[in-house]
Design a protein around this ligand. Sequence first.
Ligand SMILES: C[S@@+](CC[C@H](N)C(=O)[O-])C[C@H]1O[C@@H](n2cnc3c(N)ncnc32)[C@H](O)[C@@H]1O
Ligand SMILES: [Zn+2]
Length: 264
Amino acid sequence: MSILICPVCRGKLNISGKNYICPENHNFDIAKSGYVNLLLSKHLGKTVHGDNKLMVQSRRDFLEKGYYSPLRDAICEKVKNGVILDAGCGEGYYTSGVSDVLTDSEIYGIDISKTAVDYAAKRKKNIIFATASVFHIPVEDNSCDTLLTVFSPYCGDEFRRVLKKGGTMIMAIPSEMHLWELKKAVYDTPYKNEVKPYTLEGFGLAGKKRITYKFMLDNQHDIQSLFSMTPYYYRTGQQQQERLSALERLEMTADFELLIYRKV
Ligand SMILES: C[S@@+](CC[C@H](N)C(=O)[O-])C[C@H]1O[C@@H](n2cnc3c(N)ncnc32)[C@H](O)[C@@H]1O
Ligand SMILES: [Zn+2]
């Protein structure tokens, strides 16, 4: 039984051949790779955009090399069997990690970027992927045991609506020193990341873990991949970009905050 609902009328969606269909006959194609497009154009924000092809490919290349596997392992340690939704799943690196350690679960991933979801769907067939916004999640109320939000936009109202009472939200955010050396290499006066207070309306903080380690980027390709998957890439002038192009090695700090919340 799927928890997906129609983004137009909010009726339950069922699979019929190569489509999802609701009782009002709204029809949504399942793409060749296996994801379903549930994103209505009116739900595409004016200011919030999905990641473009370059960002998706860079993140995929970078993550596949395992640089963030300690974070993936830490997330996998926290998930339990049940209905799981990865909200802002990107190309499914963490979603698929979770699906590898769970034996009896129903797993969903949504993202606003079609390129990202298309790649995610090609990677894993036992996960249901859809294009959709975290601000209009096409799943039923109180249907998820766990929601993952990993470096993705936060929508408290929607996350509380879709989680069951007592359900768990696992959130990963960059901590103070994350990618410090990258910022130091590019900017004259780099700033530490600001970590906001942990309090979130409707949630109780049930645990937190800081994951900090160093890793070595020993080639231009990986340095550029990391840079292009960050927001800094789009805020940086040519001169600053050239500083990075001259480097063959760069030791980097990974600094994450893994936060576990319960819906109250
Ligand atoms: C930094 S990436 C993180 C992706 C993935 N969780 C990961 O860590 O590999 C942020 C993701 O949020 C997605 N995104 C941005 N706005 C969104 C929205 N309104 N609804 C759903 N996804 C969104 C982007 O397309 C991108 O894939
Ligand atoms: Zn409908």
